[in-house]
Design a protein around this ligand. Structure first.
Ligand code: ADP
Ligand code: FBP
Ligand code: MG
Length: 472
């Protein structure tokens, strides 16, 4: 027998054997008599051959799938997908889509598939694009979106709607949603954007508006928790191979050649880690989560010297957020600049560490170092085939959820199943590489690099975190 646990902004349902459902808000929470309509999908030719195409109301997905015989069933999330009844009539819908934050491969595919899903599956005709991120709600005209305007956009990188950082004024945004009569808001963005979505949802609830807010997580860094991975990540790892291959060619073409590649990863080093594991030509991978030092026994310079003596060349991959502490120490005044959204503005660690390596070895050996920075080339390309499928299923899941009356959720893959995740779980922390995890051990064993850690630090509690959510 399940019971709901009263909590101001959380819908927790408990069940036998430690079952917990962290549910998402629904229109009927505030509008119990909200009219419902048969899902038009039942008359849709594409679905009519599929026997069970509506998701069962009790379908939920476990957050943890590695369990013991006596493990409590633990946290579950509501499964995504179409329901028997919908809470919007097609002609009543005025939907809008906004893209926020940094670019990521697949943004246009998500936009395209939200428009196609609303149009083809639910017969919705009125869909607006918000120009240039959150500030576009109140500072710009809207962009008309229909099947024709989005038909080919998935072939281009970036976002046809434009994006921005900063400019999130909750009152002005919700005023604009209310004045325009918008009743569905699809927000495609990273950790910052999802926090912004939560603030918008809270204001909409406070005003008692019948408006659905859905987040689609976008993070090339993979710094959003709970979800298996973000769209665009696979494309980024694949594209990074080209830079790593170039670095390997340069490094092997000169005596004591070093190819150094900087990849995205402000706080989380997933791209650097997976690009290194995919390449097998990388001798050293440096990420923000794994501190390292340059001089002395066990330091980076000692390892470079050893590896060059062994093979005469070396490839180093460094995430842009790695080593920022070392760089800051070397500067007279400590500058912690932030971008318009409050994210840390990084110094170019690739340039700095390249110069430090050249200076260190200048009097010791003939060394040729080539520094490659493909960061923006990687995030500005269109998504690959795998990510296009990921974008399509994410977008369709978001549309199904909103039409079924769910609200205040971020859609995401959890253990290979699409789910609706409450905003507070998405925004409560950032997803980071846990260097005491087996995945990082696989990385170290693939490059044979040292951990650059002093033994006493490796097992201190500051390093042991929850296992990362990468499900690969
Ligand atoms: N805590 C927050 N509350 C409300 N809006 C936020 C918050 N953090 C970021 N935002 C807004 O979300 C948008 C995107 O955030 P940003 O961090 O730049 O990129 P991303 O969402 O990709 O991580 C920006 O317009 C920013 O102003
Ligand atoms: O777009 P900017 O301001 O150059 O920011 C670069 C940052 O954007 C990212 O590509 C993605 O960051 P967001 O998730 O905040 O959009 C980071 O990897 C990188 O550090
Ligand atoms: Mg972010």
């Amino acid at each position: 027998m399940s019971s709901s646990v009263p909590n101001s902004d959380r819908k927790i349902v408990t069940g036998p054997a430690g079952y917990i459902l962290e549910d998402v808000p629904h229109f009927t929470d505030d509008f119990p008599d909200h009219p419902t309509y048969p899902n038009p999908l039942q008359d849709n030719a594409a679905y009519s051959v599929v026997k069970q195409y509506f998701v069962d109301e009790d379908d939920t997905v476990p957050q943890k799938i590695v369990v013991h015989p006596d493990s409590p069933r633990g946290t579950h999330f509501r499964r995504a997908g179409p329901r028997q009844r919908v809470y919007f009539e097609p002609d009543d819908v005025l939907a809008c889509i906004v893209t926020c934050g940094g670019l990521c491969p697949g943004l246009n595919t998500v936009i395209r598939e939200i428009v196609c899903g609303l149009s083809y599956m639910y017969g919705v005709k009125r869909i607006l694009g918000i120009d240039g991120g959150y500030r576009g709600f109140y500072a710009r005209n809207t962009i008309h979106l229909d099947l024709k305007t989005v038909n080919d956009i998935h072939r281009s990188g970036g976002t046809i709607l434009g994006t921005s950082r900063g400019g999130h004024d909750t009152t002005k945004i919700v005023d604009s949603i209310q004045d325009r009569g918008i009743n569905q808001v699809y927000i495609i963005g990273g950790d910052g954007s999802q926090k912004g979505a939560a603030a918008i949802f809270k204001e909409i609830k406070k005003r008692g508006l019948k408006v659905a807010v859905a987040g689609i997580p976008k993070t090339i860094d993979n710094d959003i928790p709970i979800i298996d991975r973000s769209f665009g990540f696979d494309t980024a790892v694949e594209e990074a191979q080209r830079a790593i291959n170039a670095a390997h060619v340069e490094a092997t073409s000169f005596e004591n050649g070093i190819g150094l590649v900087k990849l995205m990863g402000r706080y989380s080093g997933f791209i650097a880690m997976y690009a290194t594991l995919a390449s097998r030509d990388v001798d050293c991978c440096l990420i923000p989560e794994s501190p390292f030092f340059l001089e002395g026994p066990g330091g980076l310079f000692e390892f470079i010297d050893k590896r060059l003596k062994e093979s005469g060349h070396m490839v180093i991959v460094i995430a842009e957020g790695a080593g920022q502490d070392l760089l800051a120490e070397s500067m007279e005044e400590s500058t912690t600049l932030k971008d318009a959204s409050g994210n840390k503005l990084l110094q170019d660690i690739g340039l700095w560490i390249s110069q430090r390596i050249k200076d260190h070895f200048a009097k010791k050996m003939t060394l040729t170092l080539k520094y490659i920075d493909p960061t923006y080339m990687i995030r500005a390309i269109p998504s690959n085939a795998s990510d296009n499928v990921c974008c399509t299923l994410l977008a369709q899941s978001a549309v199904h959820g909103v039409m079924a009356g769910y609200n205040g959720f971020t859609v995401g893959l959890v253990n290979g199943r699409h789910t609706y995740i409450p905003f507070y779980r998405i925004t409560e922390k950032q997803n980071k590489v846990v260097i005491t995890d087996r995945m990082w051990a696989r990385l170290l064993s693939s490059t044979n690099q040292p951990s650059f850690m002093k033994q006493d630090k490796i097992h201190s509690n500051q390093l042991v975190g929850e296992p990362g959510t990468m499900k690969w």
